[in-house]
Design a protein around this ligand. Structure first.
Ligand code: ADE
Length: 259
């Protein structure tokens, strides 16, 4: 897949491209990334890309000519063009998944007080990454490039994607790494039981608990199955150690807890 970012600050992405999963995905040829300088397309003899808002007001507005010419020169025939603005719809994991199936994504970063409104007729979609105002679209474009790249086949192990937050409509269950005890805080014993069914059940219950507590909006839309409803009932009754958990803990293999 190709990701192209049109920006006034192309160097912004240097360290991003030189880091971790994105770096590996680039090296493996899973993704091609380029950041393109909008300013290099201006026809203004002083290199300007912006001017004062027509009708008066504060700040500078990005002009159409450099933006449109830069977009035309760089977008391929199958490109999907995204423009970042707090007025766009809020970016979600389902958008990342949708983008990850595309051949070419062109991410246009606005700056200053905004862009000429007419530019919006050249883009396919307007996106926001949250209800706050950034100085430009570079950070949103980086967030999109990162979240899309990690979903591309071969970028990370498929198993890592299965249970992660938002993918199945719930937040992710808690995860732990050795040591067993750290400053008095212990890893839940069930995770040492070797009972994969009970571990999966405990994790599902935790995912339900965390989502219900923190994101009631997601929880309301989650289609609870029969087994889920039982787990929710346990949560509501404050039953921390129901029979299935007790049994799994008693019968569980006694793993050595390394400290
Ligand atoms: N540009 C400025 N703020 C933004 C935001 N929250 N999301 C997307 N683009 C932006």
């Amino acid at each position: 897949m190709k990701i192209k970012v049109l920006t006034l600050f192309p160097r912004f992405y240097d360290s991003f491209l030189d880091t971790s999963i994105v770096k590996r995905a680039l090296a493996k040829g899973i993704v091609e990334f380029s950041s393109i300088d909008i300013r290099s397309y201006t026809k203004d003899k002083y290199g300007r890309v912006d001017s004062a808002p027509v009708g008066g007001g504060a700040g500078l507005i990005e002009q159409l000519q450099p933006l449109v010419d830069c977009l035309r020169a760089n977008k391929g025939p199958s490109a999907h063009v995204v423009f970042f603005t707090p007025r766009g719809h809020t970016y979600r994991q389902e958008d990342a998944l949708r983008f990850s199936k595309m051949e070419e994504l062109v991410l246009v970063c606005g700056h200053y007080e905004g862009v000429d409104e007419r530019f919006l007729s050249y883009v396919d979609e307007e996106l926001s990454i949250g209800d706050y105002v950034l100085t430009g679209g570079e950070i949103p474009a980086m967030a999109v490039a990162d979240s899309v790249t990690r979903l591309l086949p071969g970028a990370i192990a498929d198993a890592s994607l299965e249970d992660e937050s938002f993918t199945n409509g719930l937040l992710e269950y808690p995860q732990y790494a050795e040591p067993y005890e750290y400053e008095g805080k212990k890893i839940p014993d069930i995770l040492y039981s070797g009972n994969h069914e009970a571990i999966a059940k405990w994790r599902k219950k935790e995912a339900l608990r965390v989502t219900k507590e923190r994101r009631p909006d997601l929880y309301r839309n989650y289609p609870l199955g029969k087994a889920d409803r039982k787990l929710v009932k346990e949560l509501e009754e404050g039953n921390e150690e129901p029979e299935w958990l007790k049994k799994a803990l008693e019968k569980g293999r006694k793993f050595i807890k390394k400290d």
